[in-house]
Design a protein around this ligand. Structure first.
Ligand code: AMP
Ligand code: ZN
Length: 113
């Protein structure tokens, strides 16, 4: 999709530190990390939010599976990690290409801010 930052990252037009990939999904480091491990996992095709992603056949499962692999590869899966979809303006979604934040490597407070 034109004018979408994460579509540009998928295309290679905007650089990103890629850490994991499947045919339909991509994981890359967040440019402004909020934890020692902070990776964004996205579908390569453009879906604006979680609802649209959830309606796509099996794709949300693939995003979740890659999120877990990212946590395992980073060595944070045993201690624990968090997967977050900020959805909508009040939750702080700023990029409207669906993405899962994978956060780990430090204690994560609850409730989140
Ligand atoms: P959200 O606020 O949930 O929509 O998350 C968007 C995330 O994208 C933020 O955590 C940003 O730090 C991150 N971000 C913005 N631009 C880039 C970029 N060029 N490369 C990697 N992450 C980015
Ligand atoms: Zn996009």
């Amino acid at each position: 999709m034109a004018d979408c930052l994460f579509c540009a990252i998928v295309a290679g037009d905007v650089p990103a530190q890629r850490v994991a990939e499947t045919a339909r999904t991509l994981g890359f480091r967040d440019i402004n990390p909020q934890a020692p491990t902070h990776v964004l996992v996205i579908p390569k095709d453009h879906y604006p939010d979680l609802a649209a992603l959830a309606a796509a056949d099996g794709l949300l499962d693939e995003v979740a599976a890659l999120a877990h692999k990212v946590a395992e590869d980073a060595g944070v899966s045993e201690a624990g990690y968090r997967v977050v979809f900020n959805t909508g303006p009040q939750a702080g979604q700023t990029v409207f290409h669906a993405h899962a934040h994978v956060l780990g490597g430090r204690p994560l407070g609850w409730p989140p801010g």
